[in-house]
Design a protein around this ligand. Structure first.
Ligand SMILES: O=C(CO)[C@@H](O)[C@H](O)COP(=O)(O)O
Length: 224
């Protein structure tokens, strides 16, 4: 199955948000990736459902919302109403992860769970069958432009194994420090969705980088 590219608008020029939206709509990109940060779960504050509603109104592609917020259960319905097609919460931010996953599904959005770099994949063992997506953070969340944590490759492999063993349908997304230099490796480890912020919006030719990311042909037997 072909992989997907999800530019992270966190790295876009917000004075020209219309151009960033147009880029995702008209390029080979597959998804909008929208990072919500609350200044508590992560040190930064980004944007919330009001901005997402404006973006979603213009989006012609899947809107993938990554909630880096404490106790996300409080906001699932409002992000779904704002136009999120998929909502991903952090396992570390949910006391009742199973319940939050059910809330996402009831809202009509696809359900994802994200894991910080230090969080073991085993935390997903009792929810994996309910998930549409597992987001493996390949940097510590909160900032764009950080260096890819190499150890994440092993976590992507472990997640792929858990999904296979359980015959689950979840796909794996990777986020943080992803670009042309490591995309092939993460895809070969089992990732299906590449989130890329600075690699896309920091490039002279963002549409060209998206095209190159889409053109990567992972070796299917690289990970056995
Ligand atoms: O969630 C996050 C950061 O917490 C990411 O989505 C970043 O926005 C990715 O940015 P790059 O590392 O690709 O610049």
């Amino acid at each position: 199955m072909a992989h997907l590219v999800a530019p992270s608008l966190l790295a876009a020029d917000f004075r020209r948000l219309d151009q960033a939206i147009e880029l995702v709509n008209t390029s080979e990109a597959d998804w909008f990736h929208l990072d919500v940060m609350d200044g508590s779960f992560v040190p930064n504050i980004s944007f919330g459902q009001f901005i997402i509603e404006q973006i979603a109104a213009e989006a012609k592609k899947y809107v993938d919302v990554h909630l880096m917020i404490d106790d996300p259960a409080r906001y699932i319905d409002s992000f779904a109403r704002a136009g999120a097609n998929g909502i991903t919460v952090h396992a570390e931010a949910c006391t009742h992860l199973h319940r939050v996953v059910q809330m996402i599904k009831e809202s009509g959005a696809k359900a994802g769970v994200a894991l910080n770099p230090h969080t073991p994949v085993s935390i997903l063992e009792n929810v994996i069958e309910d998930l549409d997506l597992v987001l493996i953070m390949t940097v510590n969340p909160g900032f764009g432009g950080q260096k890819f944590i190499y150890h994440s490759l092993q976590k992507v492999r472990q997640t792929a194994e858990l999904i296979t063993v359980r015959n689950a349908r979840a796909i794996i997304e990777v986020d943080g420090g992803i670009g042309l230099q490591n995309a092939q490796k993460v895809l070969e480890a089992g990732a299906r969705v590449l989130v890329a912020g600075s690699a896309v919006f920091g490039a002279e030719d963002p549409a060209g980088v998206i095209r190159e990311l889409k053109a990567i042909a992972p070796n299917p037997i690289a990970y056995v």
